[in-house]
Design a protein around this ligand. Structure first.
Ligand code: NAD
Length: 289
């Protein structure tokens, strides 16, 4: 098998949530037959409707040709059976951030796709080595870590596990380029580069709030109006989803031997426990109802 992006026609995406839907949209718009799979039919229906609406909006605004948008829509297929990913030369997993669940999925996936298919995880904080441990063919496992919102964010971290072949890394990097994005190779450690280096953006803000120095609104305003960030930490946590951001923070803290610099504040956990996940449920640090 030659790992060449020009030989890649079908790409699979698993998980039709915030990230999977964004990745599938960009793949379909970049010319790939895209198969999007999820265990929840309602997630698939929502993802398809959202992707179509976003492509239509791009066409209306003149940021994409109407025909290109129509072609992108026709290249996207939703699938409620994992076996529908069989023709994919590369599959990107974007399901819940839980090692056991991801390992079980990769095990199942290996039964479906050929031995040559590349399997990538969009994990934010789990190690590619640990995900690959569940696999029989570890040389084809890598990380492809996209950022939210995927259609807008240029960066993708590409991560090798201990057994990943260089050709697999090259294919992942070339695919990122074909998607109009910029690949940066990062080491396989908890949080890779961006989520480790950027963790303090959230944790410091949470500690400042816990100490009563400033409210989420004030901190977000300072970070946007004063420091030039597009979004403040609380608005960004609501966008990411506290169901994602809180466990990710915990895995990175644990993975770095409980380094106190990476510790979050108790309110983060309370929000997670209460199901106040942010925009996706209508309430997080802010009210979206
Ligand atoms: P999400 O909750 O929006 O979507 C996850 C989807 O996965 C859901 O639709 C769910 O039904 C589906 N799913 C769960 N288990 C499944 C299984 N076994 N098989 C098939 N589908 C399954 O989550 P998200 O925010 O899109 O995050 C997905 C992944 O991307 C996580 O690993 C997360 O850490 C990572 N990530 C998230 C962000 C972000 O900002 N949200 C950014 C970068 C990376």
């Amino acid at each position: 098998m030659t790992y060449s992006v020009s030989g890649l026609s079908v790409v699979g995406v698993i998980g039709a949530g915030i990230m999977g839907a964004g990745i599938a949209q960009v793949l379909a718009a970049s010319g790939f037959q895209t198969v999007l799979y999820d265990t929840r039919p309602e997630a698939l229906a929502k993802a398809q409707a959202d992707i179509h609406a976003r492509l239509d909006r791009l066409a209306e605004k003149g940021q994409m040709g109407a025909q290109d948008a129509a072609h992108a829509k026709s290249r996207l297929r939703i699938a409620s059976d994992l076996a529908d990913l069989a023709p994919a030369g590369l599959v990107i997993e974007a399901i819940v951030e839980n090692l056991e669940v991801k390992q079980a999925l990769f095990r199942q996936l290996e039964e479906v796709v050929p031995e040559t298919a590349v399997l990538a995880s969009n994990t934010s904080s789990l190690s590619i080595a640990a995900i690959g441990r569940a696999c029989r063919h570890r040389q084809r496992i890598c990380g492809m870590h996209f950022f939210n919102p995927v259609p807008l964010m240029k960066l993708v971290e590409v991560i090798a596990g201990p057994a990943t072949r260089p050709e697999v890394m090259q294919l992942a990097t070339d695919l990122v380029g074909r998607m109009g994005k910029v690949a940066v190779v990062a080491k396989d450690g908890p949080g890779f580069l961006v989520n480790l280096g950027g963790r303090a953006f959230y944790t410091e803000a949470l500690h400042i709030e816990a100490e009563g120095v400033a409210s989420p609104e004030q901190i977000d305003r300072i970070m946007t109006a004063g420091c030039g960030f597009r979004m403040g930490p609380f608005a960004l946590m609501d966008l990411t989803g506290i169901d994602v951001n809180f466990p990710v923070t915990g895995f990175i803290h644990q993975g770095h031997q409980y380094d106190p610099r990476l510790k979050t504040a108790p309110r983060h956990e309370r929000m997670f426990e209460a199901g106040l996940y942010g925009r996706k449920v209508g309430r997080g640090f802010y009210d979206y109802s």
